[in-house]
Write a protein that binds this ligand. Structure first.
Ligand SMILES: *Cc1c(COP(=O)(O)O)cnc(C)c1O
Length: 383
């Protein structure tokens, strides 16, 4: 049996990516614009439905940054953000000189708690500053309790940004993640469910928002024969070569989702009769996860081994796994940021592990993974 490295989530090409790249070379659009950028945006708009306007960008982080810009977030403003996320959800708040306010998760989806969100909003308003935006995340592909969160956002008239970087293809009540908020964020980084090597997109509700995003993403050039600027812009457009990869990847997105869901099923069956293991599962049939990453928490008191032990065992077998994302309010860089909630996210981090979840995992790979997991349980029994 080969001992080749099994990655947490590695790029998985469909086959037609090179054809799209060839067409970009044939047209000599080797630039951050071109027909495949337009085509990629069109494919994404069709996929997401809901009549959204997509702007393809160089990264998902750029999309979060532009979303905040489009909403007019400025220095001194406050922005509420889910604490249980990757730093890219929160960093752009600081790029703008605004202040992140972090909110804990609930234990069903591991995403933002609607209850704590409302508590946080009320408290910030009582303190005299109404938050300028809310950033909710569908972590590991699992849709957040988006209906409840939207209701609260609407009640207090605070625009919702949906970080769907990990959840392209996930949906709630048959509506795709990324289309619920005023603005949505997608990522096509190398580890995501589809990749453009590096890339992202901003999902806008109105044509005006999209025009503004495009203007800012292309150095904020006023209409004049010379370069004329009355605002600070960015160079955030997606390369036509990267977009070519994206066009090929869109052809296999549906297949990639089914492959990731198959991995989830494999782990679900494996852990089904193992006490002490809790998987991140869809709470009801309203939730449809792309299961970008399958994730578990381990109760060491019951299993006798910790998530760290399992991670080490995987590592010894040349298999990559990773602790759950460390909550933002526990990050040294955000030590001064206000935080609302208890220890749900913190406990998830302490006990959690992301399992190898690539759409390119083979049966042989899954067997190697299964052996490591079963060896942990057997070791415990024999102690
Ligand atoms: C990957 C990711 C991003 C940022 O995307 P990049 O394309 O890597 O810049 C933002 N938020 C979350 C939750 C992510 O996982």
């Amino acid at each position: 049996m080969s001992n080749a490295k099994i990655w947490l989530s590695s790029p998985h090409m469909g086959g037609n990516e090179l054809k799209y790249i060839q067409s970009a070379f044939d047209e000599n659009w080797v630039a951050p614009m071109g027909s495949n950028v337009n085509l990629f945006e069109k494919k994404l708009e069709e996929y997401l439905e809901e009549n959204k306007y997509i702007t393809a960008l160089s990264t998902g982080t750029a999309a979060v940054h532009l979303a905040l810009n489009v909403l007019g977030v400025k220095a001194g403003d406050e922005v509420i953000c889910q604490t249980m996320t990757f730093s890219a959800s929160a960093n752009p708040i600081v790029y703008l000189g605004a202040k992140p306010i972090f909110v804990d998760s609930e234990s069903d989806t591991w995403n933002m708690s609607p209850q704590i969100l409302e508590d946080a909003i009320k408290d910030r308003i009582a303190l005299g500053i109404k938050p300028k935006a809310i950033i909710v995340v569908h972590l590991y592909g699992m849709p957040a309790k988006i209906e409840e969160i939207l209701k609260i956002a609407n009640k207090y008239e605070i625009p919702l940004i949906e970080d769907a970087a990990e959840s392209l293809g996930s949906s709630y009540k048959n509506q795709k993640c990324g289309t619920f908020g005023v603005l949505g964020v997608l990522s096509f980084n190398g580890n995501k469910i589809i990749t453009t090597s590096g890339g992202g997109a901003l999902v806008c509700t109105t044509k005006e928002q999209q025009s503004k995003a495009l203007f800012l993403a292309t150095q904020a050039r006023d209409s004049a024969p010379h370069y004329q600027h009355s605002e600070i812009g960015f160079n955030y457009r997606l390369s036509n070569i990267s977009a070519s990869i994206g066009c090929g990847q869109m052809e296999v997105l549906e297949e990639r989702i089914l492959q990731r869901r198959k991995n989830f099923k494999f782990y679900f069956d494996l852990f089904n009769n193992k006490p002490g293991i809790t998987m991140l599962v869809e709470p009801t049939s309203d939730f449809y996860s792309n299961h970008w990453l399958s994730a578990i928490t381990i109760d060491e008191k019951i299993t006798g081994f910790s998530s760290e032990d399992l991670c080490t065992k995987f590592h010894e077998s040349n298999i990559e796994s990773r602790p759950l994302w460390k909550p933002m309010h526990l990050q040294p860089v955000f030590a001064d940021a206000p935080y609302y909630g208890g220890n749900i996210a913190e406990n998830l981090f302490k006990k959690g592990l992301c399992l190898p979840s690539g759409s390119n995992l083979t049966d042989e790979n899954r067997n190697r993974i299964k052996k490591v997991i079963e060896s942990c349980f057997q070791l415990e029994k024999s102690k």
